[in-house]
Design a protein around this ligand. Structure first.
Ligand code: GN1
Ligand code: MG
Length: 376
């Protein structure tokens, strides 16, 4: 992506109603899926910044439906934030329509591009290094879920079918094993054994949902901790980003995925597993923050499965990294050949840590939940 030629980029940029003249184009390398540029402009007096993204159509097969979701959800959030006296320019993403009034630009090579205004004086964290940040992250993702609780879910398209359907992630792993496209099967006997020993856990949440014991809600589905912007001055978590997977889903997916990425002592790319552990302190604080916003809406079955959801999301993610490793690294961006395997290792280490501490985690959740209900 970095190698896109400057003429093509200029044509794409010309399609959007950006203010001023372009002064800088920076490629950023954070998300594992889309390709992202930060564009700077100036009109002589003022400078303006925008994010320009190429949507990964191998992952998101229907970019028009995806952008329809995003425009609807951000419009809905903007309204709510304004009504509650917040600052919608900083607390949700503002996407631009092209000069032709489309939420994306389709270039001559069939690539889909979209743009939103850059939120300045902010930063993202690949890992959470303090309890206060864990609390604020939980609160932000909990609030996001609460704000969308009355969003008309039937207007949303499913951008990636079966995204958190863990049994179907196991099926994909089995296919990858039988095809062994990369020829790497020999390297990962232990990892596969680890994954398949836990296959019985895979269907627990989808079964509870099918039995009607836990409700479908409008959820983010990719609540990795670096999909959150923190204000550089106040250090508050102010804006949830990466809205591509907003779809009907389970509250537990969002909770679990944040714990997987935010209640650990390093990030998913850590090579030295001695540095990568579950942090029960960060887990507690994240849970406090999350339940302070989303807790009232949860039913008992959801609360009972919060700690389990963290294990399941780590397991699912590890299974996905392992699958991609076997398939020859075609889904997630990787920086070196063993990268997906390294990521699978961190996820499986976390699964083990959570299993070892499951009783303690459940006890923490129970206490925090009771307290938050008394305070509500
Ligand atoms: C991807 O786009 P990004 O980097 O926030 C992935 C998530 C994984 C995550 C693992 C659409 O998220 O599901 O949990 O990588 N997103 C998609 O780091 O597959
Ligand atoms: Mg994403």
């Amino acid at each position: 992506m970095r190698e896109i030629d400057s003429d093509s980029l200029k044509t794409i940029i010309d399609a959007f109603p950006f203010e001023g003249e372009i002064t800088d184009i920076e490629y950023t390398d954070t998300g594992l899926i889309n390709s992202t540029f930060v564009l700077s402009f100036s009109d002589g007096n003022q400078s303006f910044k925008y994010v320009l993204q190429k949507i990964n159509v191998n992952v998101f097969k229907k970019p028009d439906e995806l952008m329809s979701n995003i425009m609807n959800v951000t419009g809905f959030l903007r309204n709510k934030i304004n009504l509650s006296g917040g600052n919608a320019q900083r607390e949700t993403l503002t996407f631009l329509y092209t000069k032709d009034n489309s939420p994306y630009y389709l270039d001559k090579d069939g690539n889909y591009w979209r743009s939103y205004t850059y939120i300045g004086k902010c930063y993202t964290c690949d890992k959470i290094d303090s309890e206060v940040k864990a609390f604020r992250s939980g609160k932000a993702f909990g609030k996001f879920q609460r704000m969308l609780s009355d969003f008309p879910a039937t207007t949303l398209f499913e951008t990636i079918p079966h995204f958190h359907d863990t049994p179907s992630r196991y099926e994909a792993l089995k296919t990858a094993v039988s095809e062994n496209i990369s020829g790497r099967l020999e390297n990962i006997k232990e990892e596969l054994e680890f994954a398949f020993e836990r296959e019985k856990d895979a269907s627990k949440l989808v079964d509870l949902a099918a039995e009607g014991k836990i409700p479908m809600r409008v959820t983010h589905n990719d609540t990795k901790i670096n999909n959150l912007l923190f204000d550089s001055i106040t250090n508050e978590a102010i804006c949830v980003i990466d809205l591509d997977t907003i779809m009907p889903g389970l509250s537990l997916y969002d909770f679990g995925d944040s714990i997987r990425s935010g209640a650990v002592t390093s990030d998913e790319n850590e090579k030295d597993l001695n540095n990568y552990r579950l942090s029960i302190d960060l887990f507690k604080k994240y849970t406090e923050g999350f339940l302070s916003e989303a807790g009232q809406a949860l039913n008992e079955e959801e609360v009972r499965n919060l700690a389990f959801s963290a294990k399941l999301m780590a397991l699912e993610c590890g299974v996905r990294f392992l699958t991609d490793y076997l398939n020859g690294d075609t889904y997630f961006k990787t920086d070196y050949p063993e990268h997906n395997l390294v990521r699978a290792h961190t996820q499986f280490k976390l699964v083990k840590d959570i299993e070892e501490h499951m009783d303690e985690l459940n006890k923490c959740v129970d206490e925090i939940y009771r307290r938050s209900m008394l305070e509500a």
